[in-house]
Design a protein around this ligand. Structure first.
Ligand code: BT5
Length: 265
């Protein structure tokens, strides 16, 4: 018989540590925080807006995939940013976001790591890992110029039955302890806010990111946007944040696409 989880407390905005210059709104239910923040940005909202929802009902992943989370089980939120950096540094934003999330969770989950470009995984050093957080960064054009909507979904308290796919996990499943979501949200926001400056120095970001990216050195299948799949060894992250893969037919530089870690034989 499936055991139903204990009733879940709501987030407590009064106790939330909000980074300087940012403002947080908590909604009870939202189709997609990324869609909502994009709409608010087009309507004139200023960067610094953080929209958090207790229940995201049509959460979006990349390439029109879905992100599914039961009410109050996780952290689902989007941050509106206007990075003051050259256009060439924008592709680093999703990688920076993954880096900031893993930094915030590393105390609780020593086994945490990043799969290129920005999946946050547990136990991925040799195996394929279990996904604890998904990130979707979208560029939105507004009358005041482009802004970035940084969407983050962290599985916090889900039981195994509540996870939509097999290779997923939650923070509490990993630690074996309940996790207080308000405190964790404050830590993740603080980490993202504090590390934003790394966008000004992409070489430092590249080195920091490469240190925690378990894709490097692995055999990977690269699923290219056109549909074909190429297998090779992930060799490096280049100055633009793209993954450099050595294949039998030469070097492949992957700026966008899905990468699957091939399970060691
Ligand atoms: C992602 O896409 O991982 C990006 C997810 C971003 C979600 C946040 S939540 C706040 C904000 N508002 C939104 O609407 N979205 C953002 P992708 O790499 O395409 O992964 C999606 C795939 O992950 C799905 O096809 C499932 O296989 C799997 N998946 C769905 N829900 C999951 C979950 N809760 N935990 C782990 N894996 C999940």
């Amino acid at each position: 018989m499936t055991q139903s989880p204990a009733p879940r407390p709501p987030l407590d905005p009064e106790r939330l540590a909000v980074p300087v210059g940012w403002r947080v709104e908590v909604q009870e239910e939202t189709p997609s925080t990324n869609a909502a923040v994009a709409e608010r940005a087009r309507a004139g909202d200023e960067p610094g807006l953080v929209l958090v929802t207790e229940h995201q009902t049509s959460g979006r992943g990349r390439l029109d995939r879905a992100w599914e989370t039961p009410a109050r089980s996780s952290l689902t939120f989007s941050v509106l940013l206007r990075p003051d950096v050259p256009a060439t540094s924008w592709p680093w934003l999703p990688l920076l976001t993954g880096y900031a999330v893993q930094a915030a969770l590393a105390d609780r989950l020593p086994d945490i790591a990043l799969k290129w470009p920005n999946d946050v995984l547990v136990d991925a050093a040799e195996g394929v890992g279990r996904k604890v957080c998904g990130i979707l960064v979208e560029r939105v054009e507004t009358p005041e110029g482009p802004v970035a909507v940084v969407g983050i979904g962290i599985n916090v308290d889900q039981t195994l039955d509540e996870l939509p796919v097999a290779l997923a996990t939650s923070v509490s499943l990993e630690t074996g302890e309940p996790v207080e979501r308000t405190g964790l949200l404050g830590q993740v926001l603080g980490s993202l806010h504090g590390l934003q400056g790394l966008l000004d120095d992409v070489e430092s970001l590249r080195r920091a990111y490469a240190d925690v990216c378990v894709t490097l050195g692995r055999t990977v299948d690269v699923h290219l946007p056109a549909g074909d799949v190429r297998r090779g060894e992930a060799l490096d992250i280049d100055a633009t944040g793209a993954l450099v893969v050595g294949t039998d037919d030469g070097t492949l530089t992957v700026a966008a696409g899905d990468v699957v870690h091939v399970r060691p034989a």
